[in-house]
Design a binder for this molecule. Structure first.
Ligand code: OSB
Ligand code: MG
Length: 404
């Protein structure tokens, strides 16, 4: 390649904004209970205009080793300076030989050279995928806005509406769980996901199956709460006709997932374990996962997510879009991703009001009629949504940080 476009030539400054947004109801998982979402927002200022993105790291390092203070620190001290100093080696060059022309991840990535240069520029830092993903997404937003293109168009979206599921936390009582689920069903959600943990599994799942009837789409997510000795118990979930069981065992423990997959009929789906295309292919090949939860933050960005999606599509492994309690900013990009052809199951892309009384952007609202239980894919340039800067100020939990 003779012509190299590098991010640093275009990037003028990076702003980090910390906000705290109260959740409409506490969200409890096997790893903890959240009542507010503490989000790290990134704004990049480029020659061609601004871009915004949301870092999905949680307040505490429970779901993942990443957390919001750590993400802010690694951006301040390492990733931001690397990007601003021009450590880029130019657009990512796929290592898979000749790439198809006019479609697929490679051509999508080639169409956004500035965003494609972010990953290579940051590769010197190990890990910290959520922090890297936020920087890449902000550059991508700026670049697509300058091109007048939407994320959906860039990614290769094949639909204008996406099917939405909802992730339901562990409830204080069974009655409260059933009330909450009934409310979501009434709102039109097309799939229910229950958080489970030891002591909160067969009984609530059975009760919700009864509420939904045999045709209701239902799945569970354990967020690594089980151990290999629990395989017989988890196999009992087969009787509830679940779409999948998500990440019952530790992130590093592919072997137990392989054993569970062999011991039960319910498909096993990995979330925490899948860090990129390589780990996805490895887990699929080993039989540790037959469905993949794609979360761009966990995978280091939307561009790596496109590679994972393409690899899964080729293997006929269905994927779906996970969520991290994003505000409208992160949700907009997720909804665009979920419009790709391999996203065959409803995502954890719920409407704004499932999380927040007021959203950081224009709210995402479930459709009606034939679009009941769906969200419209944003069509405007970049993320297609506007960050309400007055709310960034009003919700700030720390002064903004400017890197240049
Ligand atoms: O495991 O999918 C998960 C939220 C935070 C961290 C991890 C997970 C989740 C969810 C909620 O399940 C998904 C959402 O509605 O955003
Ligand atoms: Mg999960």
């Amino acid at each position: 390649m003779t012509e190299q476009t590098t991010v640093p030539a275009r990037l003028e400054a990076i702003e980090l904004h910390r906000i705290e947004v109260p959740l409409v109801r506490p969200f409890e998982t096997s790893f903890g209970r959240e009542t507010v979402r503490e989000a790290l927002l990134v704004r990049v200022r480029t020659e061609a205009g601004d871009g915004w993105a949301e870092c999905v790291a949680g307040r505490e390092p429970f779901y993942s080793s990443e957390y919001v203070d750590g993400a802010a620190a690694v951006i301040e001290h390492y990733l931001g300076p690397a990007l601003l100093a021009g450590a880029g080696r130019g657009p990512h060059e796929p290592d898979d030989g000749p790439q198809p022309v006019g479609g697929g991840a490679a051509s999508a990535i080639a169409s956004v050279p500035a965003a494609a240069a972010v990953g290579p520029a940051l590769a010197v830092v190990s890990g910290h995928r959520m922090a890297k993903a936020a920087l890449e997404a902000a550059v991508l937003d700026a670049e697509l806005r300058a091109q007048g293109r939407s994320m959906a168009e860039c990614f290769g979206a094949v639909r204008d509406w996406v099917d939405c599921g909802v992730s339901v936390g562990i409830a204080p009582t069974l009655e409260e769980l059933l009330d909450e689920v009934a409310g979501y069903v009434e709102q039109g959600y097309r799939r229910i996901k229950l958080k489970i943990k030891p002591g909160w599994d067969l009984v609530p799942v059975g009760a919700v199956r009864e509420l939904l009837g045999p045709a209701g789409l239902l799945q569970v997510d354990a967020n690594t709460a089980y151990r290999q000795a629990d395989i017989p118990l988890l196999a009992e979930l087969d009787r509830f006709g679940l779409l999948l069981i998500e990440q019952p065992f530790a992130e590093e423990d592919l072997a137990s997932h392989v054993q569970l997959a062999a011991a039960c009929d319910t498909p096993v789906c990995l979330d925490e374990s899948i860090l990129d295309r390589t780990t996805a292919l490895d887990a699929i090949e080993r039989g540790a996962t037959s469905i993949v939860n794609i979360k761009p933050g966990r995978m280091g960005g939307y561009l790596e997510s496109l590679r994972v999606h393409e690899a899964c599509l080729a293997l006929e492994v269905p994927v779906w879009c996970g969520g991290m309690l994003e505000t409208g900013l992160g949700r907009a990009a997720n909804v665009a991703l979920a419009a790709l052809p391999g996203f065959l199951l409803p995502g954890d892309t719920s409407a704004s009001d499932r999380y927040y009384a007021e959203d950081l952007t224009e709210p995402f609202v479930l459709g009606t009629g034939e679009h009941r239980g769906q969200l419209a894919v944003p069509a405007g340039p970049g993320t297609g949504v506007a960050v309400r800067e007055e709310l960034v100020q009003a919700w700030a939990s720390a002064p903004p940080l400017l890197l240049r």
